[in-house]
Design a protein around this ligand. Structure first.
Ligand code: PNS
Length: 164
């Protein structure tokens, strides 16, 4: 039984993440999506909101995945859930530089843990959660960036926040 862990900030989940989850799910016996909690990083959406949106999106897509939030080291959570593989998406050469360094650093801590890189569909290689956050914070349209129902949920939240 090979279990994989796909960690990320998912702040918020994008079409690029969903594309990767769909590609990767059939390759492993189990897939865990781990929402990383980083108190030093300013996030637009709370951990609960990110988990809620992930849950809604994967349920709608009929994807059988486990969801969890984690704080601390990735290798610790991989060990805790029994994941042998960490899944990460790579869109371009900059991603590769960053991700290979992270994978090799993680290997110093847990040599048996493999990191596997997957490339999304070309239509999503431009997409980043960072730019989605900027569009969302500015009240822009998320419909071509974020899967439903996450796009509507995020917009509703932002509209509520604007009400004094
Ligand atoms: O979607 P992101 O923001 O690229 O995800 C980053 C994440 C959560 C995978 C990364 O920040 C992480 O692994 N955090 C856990 C802390 C850790 O293990 N750091 C050492 C990495 S070498």
């Amino acid at each position: 039984m090979v279990k994989a862990l796909f960690p990320g900030s998912f702040d918020p989940i994008t079409f690029g993440h969903l594309d990767l989850i769909r590609r990767v799910r059939p390759l492993f016996d189990a897939l865990v999506l781990g929402v990383g909690i980083n108190p030093s990083k300013r996030s637009l959406f709370s951990t609960e909101e990110r988990l809620h949106c992930l849950r809604e999106v994967v349920e709608r897509a009929g994807l059988d995945v486990e969801l969890m939030a984690f704080e601390g080291l990735l290798v610790s959570v991989a060990r805790q859930v029994g994941a042998r593989v960490v899944v990460r998406g790579i869109r371009n050469a900059s991603d590769f530089d960053y991700e290979s360094s992270m994978a090799l650093t993680n290997r110093t801590q847990l040599p048996d843990l493999e990191t596997a890189f997957f490339v999304p569909s070309p239509q999503w290689t431009f997409l980043s959660s960072r730019f989605v956050r900027e569009i969302a914070a500015g009240g822009g349209d998320l419909k071509d960036l974020v899967p439903e129902p996450a796009a509507s949920l995020y917009l509703r939240k932002l509209r509520r926040a604007e009400i004094p």
